[in-house]
Design a binder for this molecule. Structure first.
Ligand code: NAD
Length: 282
């Protein structure tokens, strides 16, 4: 069994971004983030992204809105950042608390600045293989496949979890490369029967240790996107029972140190691309 080391690969990507930023004489790329409320996990994610963005030399600002803010305030902030020329890319940290229509809000982000790849237009472009930004986690998973020369063409793939940020864009990216992709969700019957046929299983659910060795074919590739707290141990856990699945998988991502760091690196890479497009630097 081989570990797919997202930490090391992400550091390589961050180093390349940092070198590019250092080599430019123009203003550095700028990534802004909007956070509504102060959910613990969202705060942690935003802080981590801000820290890495600073380390590679990006500018940026965090825009905080109250948990109970009006929808018009969020729309106003998005509109401001859409028109502020110095911002190359920005994102709204999800989930947005309260009863807001997240899809409606996200779709007001200008597609050129949608470095999180979450607007409906960006998602559509992913499926058609058009120029644009794909969500960072899905890109990060694809980069792990490329780095470890894992063949996608003709592979039988099961993605567990069908969200706009992970499962759906990954479905788009993988089918473009010739994979036969099944996407499972909470209503899927006999999940293990489906996953145990797959060459590649990607789990993006958020249920600690949902995936056991009986779900996995001998020699399969297992990508664990899930991050949650194991109620039994109180520790951070992936969806995959790592110890158990390690006995059958050929490749596996750990949690932490697998997909998580790739997500941050790919968000910054998307921002660098947005900056390049704007400043016409290649
Ligand atoms: P989500 O709640 O939007 O989607 C979860 C998906 O899982 C849904 O499609 C749901 O139908 C499906 N699902 C739920 N229970 C299931 C079951 N028993 N069997 C099969 N499918 C089931 O969540 P999300 O935002 O896509 O996040 C998923 C996980 O990925 C979370 O743990 C989140 O913290 C993590 N995450 C990780 C990264 C990273 O960088 N590693 C980035 C974003 C999210």
């Amino acid at each position: 069994m081989k570990i797919l080391d997202g930490k090391t690969l992400s550091e390589k990507i961050l180093k390349q971004i940092s070198e590019t930023v250092q080599s430019i004489s123009a203003r550095p790329p700028r990534l802004d983030m909007i956070i509504v409320g102060n959910d613990f996990a969202s705060e942690k994610y935003v802080m981590m992204k801000e820290k890495k963005a600073k380390e590679v030399g990006f500018d940026g600002a965090i825009h905080r809105l109250a948990r109970d803010c009006a929808e018009s305030e969020i729309l106003q902030k998005i509109s401001e950042l859409n028109s502020y020329d110095l911002v190359d890319g920005f994102m709204v940290q999800l989930p947005i608390p309260g009863n807001h229509d997240s899809r409606k809000l996200i779709d007001t982000i200008s597609v050129e600045k949608d470095v999180d790849g979450l607007t409906s237009t960006s998602l559509g472009r992913v499926f058609k293989g058009q120029e644009g930004f794909a969500p960072a986690t899905a890109v990060g998973v694809m980069k792990l496949f490329a780095e470890y020369e894992i063949g996608i063409k003709g592979a039988r793939v099961v993605i567990i979890g069908a969200s706009d940020i992970i499962g759906l864009p990954l479905l788009g990216l993988m089918q473009l490369q010739g994979a036969t992709v099944t996407i499972a969700n909470e209503f899927t019957k006999d999940l293990s029967e489906i996953t145990s046929q797959a060459d590649i299983v990607v789990s993006a659910v958020g249920q600690p240790k949902l995936i056991k060795s009986k779900y996995i074919k001998l020699g399969a590739v297992v990508i664990d996107v899930g991050i949650s707290k194991d109620p039994l141990t109180g520790k951070l856990s992936g969806d995959v029972d790592f110890e158990d699945v390690s006995n059958v998988a050929a490749y596996i991502t750990p949690v932490p140190g697998g997909v998580g760091p790739m997500t941050v690196a790919c968000l910054l890479e998307n921002t660098l691309s947005a900056w390049k497009l704007k400043t016409q630097v290649s």
